[in-house]
Design a protein around this ligand. Structure first.
Ligand SMILES: [Zn+2]
Length: 550
């Protein structure tokens, strides 16, 4: 490319990025997050079909050297195409059709200058050669990054987890959650005493010279970028299988450190019951060809598609702690992360601001597991125990396209919200059908907050919009304020919701002398007269709804 033209293009694109930032990121401190999150035309004009990643590791310098082939379909002609890669990673070259391309970098964006022309149905290919020391996680999986650790016998035990921080931390990609590649290949060369585990199917293991082994993995389904991962360790592979709800055979694969083999065989027995339970509500396990896997990881856990990170030390609950608070013995990591195969991995968030869909429904799935296996009373206790984990620190929804995560309340308040919604609807078949139909309609696709709520309302034939926003769009949860007094042979109850939305309406149920009565409570004070009873006979069904205040 001519040098003056190149300089002009760089100037134009930087101006564009700055201009967009001024418009969209006035309240955002970190404009790198905006550049990561915003679907500008340099990213939306192409659709990624496949990533083909080859890696070489240097354990001593904690660095990687990689080649990433990006296969994509152009949606229109494009002269600048944006790929994302963290600034600390060095790009050695970018090649199209044996031609070295010009590019420039601004924050995490790599703008590739080339006349990409939409001519046929053929896929385009960009090959990116890169190397560097990827960011190391301080507290994985919550802050994201690489973990270079050793197992207790001193062998390398390595992994990566990047939800939120983004996959471009370690491989060049279009780091937008809304563009899932249809498949991913990942291969790496390792010392032969170690094993590399990744998502999907192990297609090839090739013994090479110098005591090295090449591992070749393939993911045969759409996969969201942050779910692509690898694990390196001295693993043994335990194989099992189970029949799915649709009578297919699902392979179960457990990759565990060699000295934990006996513990794992016993402990992972519970997996089938967990998968069976989720299939009961949500339909067949969505990644049948790739199988289901738990992979021992040097961090607590993460829902990596068909290769779930397992770091819960083969203990009950969460690292031996009764996280359920009701004495449930199940391994919390298996229970929670397996639910993400439906909520998060098959149906995926469109943007980080939609992450509540993954977490609220994975957490609510745990509750459904408890209901199916231990009954409704235990379900009520399990879901209501989640109240104690709420922070009420900020909304669970976050700003769209700014790569920002909402409050951790999306887990607990989110699950309690679905519990409340189910009790407001009072029609379990409609409620469960709505969840299942959304999973079917968005299988392997992405869904936004707005579309999820719209679909849920249509399927349940009830407008829950205000309830979703009141619970998750605000810091506080709605509180029910109430006072009931005797008035001759009747009872007069003053009821109102204390909520951020002045028009908030949500029905509640009370019980009087064994009869259930439904009352439409608003944000403003309403008086309800309950006939032929006494105040002491009025029972508020607190376990069915979310929060109460006298
Ligand atoms: Zn989760």
């Amino acid at each position: 490319m001519h040098k003056i033209y190149f300089m002009w293009k760089v100037f134009f694109i930087i101006i564009c990025i700055f201009f967009c930032e001024n418009i969209y990121s006035q309240s955002i401190n970190n404009n790198a997050d905006y550049i990561r999150g915003f679907p500008n035309k340099f990213r939306t004009s192409y659709d990624v079909k496949n990533y083909d990643i080859s890696l070489d590791f240097d354990f001593n310098s904690k660095s990687i050297k990689g080649v990433c082939k990006v296969f994509f379909k152009l949606l229109g002609d494009l002269d600048t195409l944006q790929i994302d890669l963290y600034e600390n990673m060095t790009i050695d070259s970018i090649v199209v059709d044996n031609q070295l391309l010009d590019y420039f970098r601004y924050r995490g964006a790599v703008s590739i200058l080339h006349a990409f022309r939409k001519s046929s149905d053929n896929l385009n290919l960009i090959t990116i050669y890169y190397h560097g020391e990827p960011h190391v996680a301080i507290k994985p999986p919550w802050d994201g990054g690489f973990v270079w650790s050793k197992d207790k016998e001193g062998n390398p035990f390595i992994g990566v987890s990047v939800e939120g921080v983004g996959a471009s931390l370690w491989y060049p990609c279009k780091d937008l959650l809304s563009d899932k590649p249809d498949s991913v290949k990942l291969r790496a060369l390792l010392p032969s005493d170690l094993m590399l585990v990744s998502n999907g199917q192990l297609r090839e293991v090739v013994l090479m010279d110098n005591n090295k082994t090449l591992y070749n993995w393939f993911v045969g389904y759409p996969i969201v970028n942050y779910n692509v991962t690898f694990y390196i360790g001295k693993y043994v592979h335990l194989k099992d299988s189970m029949q799915t709800v649709d009578n297919n055979w699902l392979s179960l694969n457990y990759y565990v450190l060699n000295y934990n083999k006996d513990k794992a065989i016993k402990h992972f027995n519970q997996t089938k019951k967990v998968i069976n339970s989720y299939e009961h509500y949500f339909g067949e396990y969505p990644f049948l060809r790739d199988g289901f896997a738990l992979v021992e990881s040097p961090y607590a856990g993460m829902e990596h598609q068909s290769a779930i990170a397992y770091g819960n030390s083969y203990k009950d609950g969460y690292d031996g702690y009764d996280y359920s608070q009701i004495g449930l013995k199940e391994d919390y990591i298996i229970l929670h992360e397996a639910a993400h195969e439906w909520w998060g991995n098959s149906l995926s968030m469109d943007d980080l601001s939609d992450m509540w869909i993954n977490e609220a429904l994975a957490t609510y799935s745990e509750c459904l597991y408890v209901e199916l296996n231990y009954g409704h009373e235990m379900y009520n206790r399990y879901v209501n125990a989640k109240r104690s984990y709420m922070l009420n620190d900020k909304p669970s929804f976050s700003a769209k396209y700014f790569n920002q995560m909402g409050s951790f309340d999306m887990y607990y308040k989110g699950a309690l919200m679905f519990h409340t919604i189910r009790n407001v609807l009072q029609n379990d078949s409609l409620f469960f059908n709505a969840l299942k139909q959304i999973l079917i309609g968005y299988k392997y696709k992405n869904i936004s907050t707005e579309v999820f709520i719209k679909e849920f309302n249509l399927l349940t034939k009830y407008d829950f919009t205000d309830i979703f926003y009141e619970f998750l769009g605000h810091t506080e949860r709605p509180l029910l304020s109430y006072k009931c007094v005797n008035k001759k042979q009747n009872v007069s109850c003053r009821l109102n919701w204390v909520s951020d939305n002045p028009n908030f309406v949500m029905p509640i149920e009370i019980e009087s002398k064994g009869t259930r009565i439904r009352l439409d409570v608003k944000n403003t004070r309403n008086m309800f007269v309950i006939k032929d009873t006494e105040a002491s006979e009025i029972k508020f069904l607190k376990e069915n709804l979310f929060y109460f205040k006298k």
